[in-house]
Design a protein around this ligand. Structure first.
Ligand code: C5P
Length: 205
């Protein structure tokens, strides 16, 4: 069974993916980490994420980087969003994702173009979404919880900028696959969102 989960930042897709992986006992790939690793590497090199040449150089990184918490910060997310625009970068990262998707026994992948590009034949495709404001509130509370000093309006503006870039790029833009099930988590607790996701998967298998 292949489960493709796509959606914008802070929609709840990360948590939903982890819970589905545990529930259905499937290996999970958070594909955003690949783009984050490229973004982080470009930043470390002092490179320009808008330059395809620099972004391609960033595609050469150690596998251990993928489990490093440094990839999770907001600055790296912005670099990731910029390097992910380049078709050559996407091409370079696609093989790894397609290999993971087609491993025997099945898999779950979470990203932006899983249902449309990486695994168009996935058994289940979920597009997890929520209003920009709801997503900004979640991100704000998460960061406050970590003791970070943050401004809500900056977070909302950053989320909207990232959405705009992810949805309007020409290479593999963020959009639901035609046959995806939509899961809007704006007014759901994360527990309810997970239960609905499990029900949607069960309805397909
Ligand atoms: O999901 P996450 O926030 O970690 O992703 C970081 C960035 O990587 C996204 O904003 C998006 O631009 C890019 N990305 C992508 N395709 C994917 C996963 C992530 O373009 N499959």
């Amino acid at each position: 069974m292949i489960i493709a989960i796509d959606g914008p930042t802070a929609s709840g897709k990360g948590t939903i993916s982890r819970e589905l992986a545990a529930h259905f006992q499937l290996p999970l790939m958070d594909t955003g980490l690949l783009y984050r690793a490229v973004g982080w590497t470009v930043r470390e090199m002092g490179g320009d994420p808008d330059s395809e040449e620099d972004a391609l150089k960033g595609c050469i990184f150690e596998g251990a980087l993928l489990s490093d918490p440094v990839l999770r910060n907001e600055g790296v997310g912005a670099y990731a969003s910029k390097v992910s625009i380049h078709p050559a970068v996407r091409q370079t990262l696609n093989k790894r994702q397609k290999d993971f998707a087609t491993q025997p026994g099945g898999a779950i992948l979470d990203g932006r173009d899983i249902g449309t590009v990486i695994a168009p034949d996935a058994d289940v495709k979920l597009f997890v979404t929520a209003s920009a404001e709801a997503r900004a509130v979640r991100r704000f509370e998460e960061m406050i919880g970590r003791g970070e000093k943050v401004n809500f309006d900056d977070i909302l503006a950053d989320i909207m900028k990232r959405d705009e870039r992810d949805m309007n790029r020409s290479a593999a833009p963020l959009k639901p696959a035609e046959d995806a099930d939509l899961l809007d988590t704006t007014d759901l607790t994360i527990g309810d969102a997970v239960q609905q996701a499990i029900a949607l998967v069960n309805a397909k298998i």
